[in-house]
Design a protein around this ligand. Structure first.
Ligand SMILES: [Ca+2]
Ligand SMILES: [Ca+2]
Ligand SMILES: [Ca+2]
Ligand SMILES: [Ca+2]
Length: 312
């Protein structure tokens, strides 16, 4: 017992004290989500209220000849002082975050975060879920405009990425449709009815105290310009027969915290979700390989076989 107390005291000292390590670098304890979330929200609102995007270029009536459909953000100042602010076009969603999601031991639960998004161009197709695969072009930057990542060509991207707010934000946009793909003759292509938007993400839905790269300081809200070309409906990333969206068992819009057998693979990447040695696909299929709905529950305990290590 004494030993356990000693161990936890050492743990507390190491994790929470400000100390100089061997390199002379001062370690700062992680800030609290509940402190950072309102600070980020104030920073983001200030940004949205003092900036605008080239919405007139996207309006058919005022679109310049040969417009390249690039989103440009600038400050509301000088000649542009009278433009419509980003805030006037912004919509938002609230997402609750626990500290353990960020690998922190602060024990904070359900800290509310606001994700802002602006639909710049309504896509002609449907909308993905946060669990789908999407064809996107994107630019990621800090609120001061410093670019940290981009893809100028369309790439396929699985939305359950590390930056949680990104997946939840892209899921608010509509994609284009395949019949509107036009080849440019140089290997690239455009999708004429793609959806376009701006996402502004608080750090608690992004990298928080981790710096995402040398270009992203800790506790940075980040911004993405996204063009959503296409998406795959009911993406099944581990090909186990259960669509990824259904592998969000606790229904919180996040896939990494659902892990029935507590192995190193979250359910959406685990082909044997309950770790009983029988694949999920086998546990939900008949002898001909057809998936049975509702999913079989042999012992009738309310837990389907594929999530129940007692049955298969
Ligand atoms: Ca989840
Ligand atoms: Ca699975
Ligand atoms: Ca299984
Ligand atoms: Ca089972």
């Amino acid at each position: 017992m004494k030993y356990r107390i000693l161990v936890s005291l050492i743990f507390v000292t190491v994790v929470f004290s400000c100390k100089k390590d061997d390199d002379g670098i001062v370690e700062v304890p992680p800030s609290l989500l509940s402190d950072v979330a309102p600070e980020d929200d104030a920073t983001i609102k200030e940004f949205l209220n003092t900036h605008f995007y080239n919405y007139e270029d996207f309006d058919e009536l005022t679109m310049p000849e040969g417009f390249d459909y690039k989103i440009v953000i600038d400050t509301l100042a000088g000649d542009n002082a009278g433009k419509r602010s980003l805030m006037e076009d912004a919509q938002s969603v609230k997402i609750k975050v626990n500290s353990d999601y960020l690998g922190l031991s602060a024990g904070e639960e359900d800290i509310e975060h606001t994700l802002y998004y602006i639909v710049v161009r309504e896509g002609g197709g449907g909308s993905p879920t946060f669990a789908d695969s999407t064809l996107v072009r994107y630019q990621g930057s800090l609120l001061n405009g410093n670019l940290f990542d981009e893809s100028q060509d369309f790439i396929w991207q699985e939305l359950p990425v590390t930056v949680r707010g990104y997946g939840n934000g892209v899921a608010m946009l509509n994609a284009g449709t395949e019949d509107q793909i036009v080849e440019n003759g140089d290997g690239t292509y455009d999708i004429l009815n793609s959806g376009m938007g701006i996402l502004v993400i608080p750090s608690g839905l992004a990298y928080f105290n981790r710096s995402g790269s040398s270009l992203i300081p800790s506790y940075s809200p980040i911004l993405f310009k996204v063009e959503l070309g296409l998406y795959v409906e009911d993406t099944d990333l581990d090909n186990d027969g259960i669509p990824s969206i259904e592998e969000d068992l606790n229904g919180n819009g996040y896939l990494y915290d659902d892990n029935t057998d507590e192995d190193s693979f979250s359910n959406f990447r685990d082909a044997d979700d309950d770790g009983d040695g029988v694949s999920t696909r086998k546990e939900i299929s008949d002898d001909n390989g057809n998936i049975i709905k509702p999913y079989p529950d042999k012992d009738g305990d309310g837990v389907p076989d594929y999530l129940d290590p007692d049955t298969n």
